[in-house]
Design a protein. Structure first.
Length: 266
């Protein structure tokens, strides 16, 4: 699949960039519904996004550069060549949540309350990006048999130029990005249902929806990480799996600590 969706004069518009734009717009629409449901001011979300969008791009690029320092150390100018690709979703999420926390605290608003309202949009955006990764063949899973039998085994055909070195003879690979998109969609539905139910029954404390979604997203990345292709099969866990594991542990510890502090106060 071609990276360029269309060109206008000398400017190329890329599919991935369009996907990010669609994810942002869809996320804002979903968040608008949540904010309306809870009778809050949507301007808060708009003001967060004004700072979060550029910050997320910078964070995504910065983390990607740090992950590939050997290459960029010899070509510092390429750090600013965003059109060549190279963004980290972890860096984008870290910057996004950092902006949310800083802005909400400065406005003396409940951080966990607003993160509960925003989190369904974030998960939906992640689902869109994983679907694009699947269609663009950016995420390559473990190779399947060369003569794949017609037994309805889920498989993704990978074009020759995207196949890992040494596996050019393999046609089909595990569709891990598609798996993640499906899991993210299920998490999104769960967060929407919990947000709706919590509005009328208030069964969950502030931050529960956010932490639960964060834990489940990390858990899916950790579990499906074993299906991703890697040239080094001797490592215990891949770097992204270690990140996911840390996020899961922190989510659990924060939830326990938050509830312990709440119980102690009352």
């Amino acid at each position: 699949m071609d990276f360029v969706a269309f060109s206008w004069e000398s400017v190329n518009v890329y599919w991935y960039g369009m996907a990010i734009g669609i994810a942002v717009i869809a996320g804002l629409a979903i968040c608008r519904v949540n904010v309306w449901l809870y009778k809050e001011n949507f301007d808060t979300v708009v003001k967060i996004m004004v700072w979060a969008i550029p910050s997320s791009i910078i964070g995504a690029r910065l983390v990607y550069v740090l992950q590939n320092m050997e290459y960029f150390a010899g070509s510092l100018a390429d750090i600013f060549c965003l059109w060549q690709g190279g963004l980290s979703v972890y860096g984008a999420l870290l910057a996004f949540f950092a902006v949310c926390i800083v802005y909400l605290r400065r406005q003396r608003l409940s951080v966990l309350y607003w993160l509960d309202l925003i989190m369904p949009s974030v998960v939906f955006g992640l689902m869109i990006l994983q679907l694009v990764n699947f269609m663009m063949q950016f995420s390559v899973g473990m190779p399947l048999g060369i003569d794949l039998p017609n037994d309805h085994t889920p498989a993704e055909y990978i074009e020759y130029k995207f196949r890992p070195s040494g596996f050019e003879g393999y046609l089909y690979f595990q569709p891990v990005a598609f798996y993640q998109a499906v899991v993210h969609f299920c998490i999104f539905i769960l967060t929407v249902l919990l947000t709706f139910v919590n509005k009328f029954f208030k069964l969950l404390n502030n931050g529960t929806i956010f932490l639960l979604a964060l834990f489940l997203v990390a858990l899916s990345r950790f579990t499906l990480g074993f299906l991703y292709f890697s040239v080094d099969r001797d490592v215990l866990l891949y770097p992204v799996q270690w990140i996911a594991l840390v996020v899961m542990i922190l989510s659990i510890l924060f939830y326990i600590g938050k509830n312990f502090y709440r119980a102690k106060r009352f």
